[in-house]
Design a protein around this ligand. Structure first.
Ligand code: FE2
Length: 683
């Protein structure tokens, strides 16, 4: 007779425990145990409990390969989810084996756990085996078969869906309730999110703002949208939105720092002359010299040209594919010096200058901010972070078994993404959504996304290459770049340590067929097989793999924080950032006044809808997991634990340095503070 001690750890969350019955089966090289009910005195699986049971077998099972858990209903109780952290088994031979679980288990489910850390203790000797296993390292036929079976089941469970032709493919699940439980949002997130939406709705309804088609009569009235939700920066934006230096600073440190590039030569379709702009350059500097000295920058919304906008009250709206020239002055402020709202110069398409009437210049800037805001929300935020990460995730779910080292590494960076994206497709792209209410409408936004994906390159997602290719290496006061490059380096060094641990040579990378299937599906379904994009379709070296995984983790954490966390700060004040302007842009100078500015703004109800979306999408929720935290302990090897500690220490040092730097800034840049960056796109 052999006795196995089985210790079960239940999560310590409020609702982690269960009244249901749990059964265990141990499977070893020499046989398997009977399915044994884990039954002790009193309530067994209370939240935060750690209880030990005994499983008896006629003889030793040999090396333990698998542990199977079954959860069956206890009488009279309705569905009662259980969060199992781990099961530790002490064998009759003296080995202590850990089977990590870290997931919710629902009624009727059967979960098979593989051992993660083999710790055999005998007097002072101990031995650790590798916890994560690649396919070609799998030696036992039972485990090989299980691995195959898992992938077959997952490919069946997680399928690709074409949301719209020309966009990254997405999950076939269309509602959060249909998702497997372990991928759904936490109960706390669901209820906080719901309470937030309800509170916003009630406030707007009480004030008669919800759905109101009334026009704004005074700019100050916009302060009435939300009485209680203010941030230091949302207030600052409301005060400074007309200032040229605030307009310029948003291209560096606002929510969309992805657009401008250094300009050494003017585009032929933007005929700005020296006479036009010399008055705005320092000390008689000529435009030619400023261009040569690297002081001139260009915003160009060419991509919007020819996309038909939606209609509004029976008239076609206007979305201007504008060009804006910016100058970095001797005070290190970036200021706009010329704006042309359409691509082709023409009589009805003048070049606006800061010396034009206040409202002509203001309206020109507002139409530039309009395209920039649509680009930000729909491309830089939704598509380039949320939707691309979904493609990385679906491919990982389909191609990497749970024991694969890269699956273990990336899973925490996918937490909460699918329920969020299912919601985002409704809130941002569905009927009555942000896209529907925007100047482009849903059709126009989808066309913009299509064009953007076809132009997106691998370099665009690699921050060091992105910054260099835009010629922005030495622009002063560019905190997104400064903090972002440091984060990139820290993430890259963590990824390198982990990858080199599991893949000592390029051959290991090349022969990992699951890894190759993962990247191949990303290339085909995420980037639609676009060879010109430079995205990898396979990995041939450790180096290539490290770079790609850095992109995945950087995009899911830092990049998403940079384009997400400041939405309320910058987008809640509608005149500063608008998805919708309802009048024609100025086509001649000297015809506008303050009423023209008010007339251009969305209605009271639509303005509130955009501000509410900015609130909901950038709020903080109590289940936030900051970058570098791995509470699920998927890696148990000491070397990996040390790598995570080093990663966290570097992030903590950076956090201190940024906090210190921010004390000296009039407008602190907080979006890339490591403590404010979430590990995954969960909002
Ligand atoms: Fe987001």
């Amino acid at each position: 007779m052999a006795t196995y001690k089985v210790e079960v750890r239940t999560g310590d969350m409020a609702d982690a425990g269960t009244m249901d019955n749990i059964w265990v089966t141990l499977i070893g090289t020499e046989g398997q145990s009977k399915k044994t009910k884990l039954d002790g005195w009193g309530r067994d699986f209370r939240g935060g409990s750690n209880r030990t049971y005994r499983v008896k077998t006629p003889s030793s099972l040999g090396t333990l390969l698998l542990l199977r858990l079954n959860k069956n209903p206890a009488l009279l109780f309705s569905e009662d989810l259980w969060y199992c952290c781990s099961v530790q088994v002490c064998t009759p031979e003296g080995a202590a084996l850990l089977f990590p679980c870290y997931r919710w288990i629902s009624r009727g489910e059967q979960v098979e756990l593989r051992e993660a850390t083999l710790f055999i203790g005998y007097k002072k000797f101990c031995f650790f085996c590798v916890a994560a296993v690649k396919a070609f390292e799998e030696s036992h036929p039972v485990l090989k078969k299980l691995r195959q079976q898992e992938l077959t089941e997952k490919k069946n469970l997680y399928q690709w869906r074409v949301y719209e032709e020309g966009l990254p493919h997405c999950t076939h699940f269309e509602s959060e309730e249909d998702l497997p439980l372990e991928l759904q949002r936490s109960q706390s997130k669901q209820s906080e999110f719901g309470q937030n939406v309800t509170a916003i709705g009630i406030e707007l309804k009480i004030k008669g703002i919800l759905g109101s088609q009334e026009r704004w009569e005074e700019l100050e009235d916009l302060r009435k949208i939300f009485w209680f939700k203010k941030t230091a920066l949302s207030e600052y934006t409301a005060e400074h939105w007309r200032d040229d230096d605030f307009f310029g600073s948003q291209f560096l440190n606002g929510v969309n720092p992805m657009m401008i590039r250094s300009c050494k030569q003017l585009p032929p379709n933007f005929p700005v002359t020296n006479e036009m702009v010399q008055p705005f350059l320092d000390g008689g500097l000529s435009l030619q010299t400023a261009l040569k000295k690297g002081k001139i920058f260009l915003y160009d919304a060419k991509k919007f040209e020819g996309i038909p906008p939606r209609t509004y009250n029976g008239r076609a709206l206007h979305v201007t594919p504008g060009l804006c020239l910016l100058y970095l002055n001797s005070e290190e402020l970036l200021k706009p010096i010329a704006i042309q709202l359409y691509q082709q110069p023409a009589e009805g398409n003048p070049i606006f200058l800061p010396s034009d009437s206040e409202t002509d210049w203001l309206l020109a800037k507002m139409f530039i901010r309009n395209t920039d805001t649509v680009e930000h929300e729909m491309i830089q935020h939704l598509m380039n972070t949320h939707l691309l990460l979904e493609a990385f995730m679906i491919s990982a779910l389909r191609n990497l078994p749970t024991v694969h080292p890269i699956y273990k590494m990336l899973t925490p960076h996918f937490r909460g993404l699918l329920p969020m994206n299912i919601k985002a497709r409704k809130l941002l792209l569905g009927p009555q959504s942000v896209a529907d209410k925007s100047s482009l409408g849903i059709k126009g936004v989808v066309e913009l996304m299509r064009r953007s994906l076809s132009e997106l390159t691998y370099s665009d997602l690699c921050l060091p290459e992105n910054i260099s290719s835009r010629g922005l290496d030495s622009v002063p006061n560019f905190y997104y770049r400064d903090d972002g490059l440091k984060l990139w380096a820290i993430i890259n060094s963590f990824v390198r340590a982990v990858v080199e641990h599991y893949y000592p040579s390029n051959t290991d990378v090349q022969r990992d067929s699951e890894l190759q299937d993962w990247i191949s599906e990303i290339f085909n379904y995420g980037f639609l097989g676009n060879m010109a994009s430079g995205f990898p379709q396979s990995f041939s070296s450790v180096q290539e793999m490290v770079k790609f995984l850095t992109v995945v983790i950087f995009t899911s954490s830092a990049q998403h924080a940079a384009v997400n966390n400041g939405q309320y700060d910058y987008l809640s004040w509608t005149p500063n950032a608008n998805m919708l302007l309802v009048t024609s842009p100025p086509s001649t100078k000297g015809q506008s006044n303050m009423q023209s500015v008010l007339d251009a703004l969305p209605s009271v109800g639509d303005s509130a809808k955009f501000a509410a979306a900015a609130w909901v999408l950038s709020d903080k929720y109590s289940d936030m997991v900051p970058l570098g935290s791995y509470p699920e302990e998927r890696f148990n090897e000491p070397a990996l634990k040390q790598m995570i500690k080093d990663f966290q220490a570097e992030l903590s040092d950076l956090n201190e340095a940024i906090t210190e730097r921010n004390t000296e800034l009039q407008v602190p840049y907080t979006y890339l503070l490591p403590s404010q960056i979430e590990n995954s796109i969960a909002i």
